[in-house]
Design a protein around this ligand. Structure first.
Ligand SMILES: [Zn+2]
Length: 97
């Protein structure tokens, strides 16, 4: 687990089951892995696979990964800007800059 400048823990393993949306986080990792693997395929000159992949990724509409932080009381991951922990209902102070 990494730390932000304000020393609040940040979850960096996107498939962690403690993630608020582990399925979507796992999809982001899979998409990145296939994007990486397709780099070699796209150099072959046949763009059908890379074009089909681009359409699929567009339809998935995953968007950017949300910023997360750990609850200071229970330690579970939640959205960075959340005002209340979704697990233990602790009121959360605003995140640092
Ligand atoms: Zn909590």
């Amino acid at each position: 687990m990494a730390r932000t400048p304000d020393d609040s823990p940040v979850f960096t393993h996107p498939t962690n089951q403690d993630h608020p949306d582990p399925n979507r986080a796992g999809l982001r990792v899979a998409v990145a892995d296939i994007d990486d693997a397709l780099g070699a395929v796209s150099r072959s000159g046949d763009a059908r696979l890379t074009n089909a992949w681009a359409r699929l990724v567009n339809l998935l509409a995953l968007g950017p990964a949300p910023a997360l932080r750990a609850c200071p009381r229970c330690g579970r991951a939640g959205m960075r800007d959340a005002k209340i922990c979704g697990y233990c209902w602790e009121r959360l102070s605003p995140p640092g800059p």
